[in-house]
Ligand binder design. Structure first.
Ligand code: G3P
Length: 220
């Protein structure tokens, strides 16, 4: 199982990398644009924070398969271990297939429907990313999509993993993992919601208070 953080902000990555058992960092064009720094600047900085082994994802913007491949290869020059996100659309399936044949690891992104994800997986994507909240927001059922995709991968493409994405609540993340997703990418605000627990804080304070009533110091 892998947990990723969905951000390109170096300070946020440093903060959450120190706390959570993360496997890497995912980005998309909107996330990178929000930081107003191009990938050629931000990818090396992310890599310097998380180290050479962790996984980093960045997405192509090209719309045609040959251009997607060229862009993917250029991105890999910035980071030779980069996993390239390719939209799971007609041009993307061909690009995924040709990049996989060259040994480039890819993720089929923007998955809103089961067959869209299965095509990307069959083309050779290492991961597929169903957009859980965006599916929910358009009247669909994001968790059901994860469940269906996982059944399809189990049956037909076991080498591909779901990396569930697009979350607004901790419950969506939890339900995706329960539906079988082998990886999730969590936006920083949702990750922080998972780290705040007033009841746990109260319990710990109570242990300290009970101890201090009996003993002077915090040692055994
Ligand atoms: O990175 C892709 C995915 O996480 C997009 O999510 O939050 O923009 O719906 P969001």
């Amino acid at each position: 199982m892998e947990i990723f953080i969905d951000t390109a902000d170096p300070k946020t990555i440093e903060e959450l990398w120190a706390i959570l058992p993360l496997a890497g960092v995912t980005t998309n064009p909107s996330i990178v644009a929000a930081g107003k720094r191009p990938l050629r600047e931000i990818l090396p900085q992310i890599r310097s924070i998380i180290g050479p082994e962790a996984r980093v994802f960045a997405q192509v913007l090209s719309r045609e398969s040959t251009a997607m491949i060229d862009e993917a290869l250029s991105l890999r020059e910035l980071d030779p271990n980069l996993i390239v996100k390719i939209p799971a659309v007609s041009a993307g399936f061909a690009a995924i297939e040709r990049l996989s044949a060259q040994g480039v690891m890819t993720l089929g992104t923007a998955v809103y429907a089961p067959m869209q994800g299965l095509f990307a997986a069959q083309a050779g994507a290492r991961y597929i990313a169903p957009y859980v909240n965006r599916v929910d927001a358009t009247g669909g059922n994001g968790i059901k999509l994860v469940e269906t995709l996982q059944s399809l991968l189990d049956l037909h493409c076991p080498a591909c993993s779901i990396l569930a994405a697009s979350f607004r609540t901790p419950t969506q993340v939890l339900d995706s993992l329960l539906a079988g997703a082998k990886a999730v990418t969590i936006p920083p605000d949702v990750a922080r919601q998972m780290l705040v627990s007033p009841s746990v804080d109260v319990a710990i304070q109570r242990f300290e208070a009970d101890w201090h009533k009996a003993f002077d110091k915090l040692s055994a």
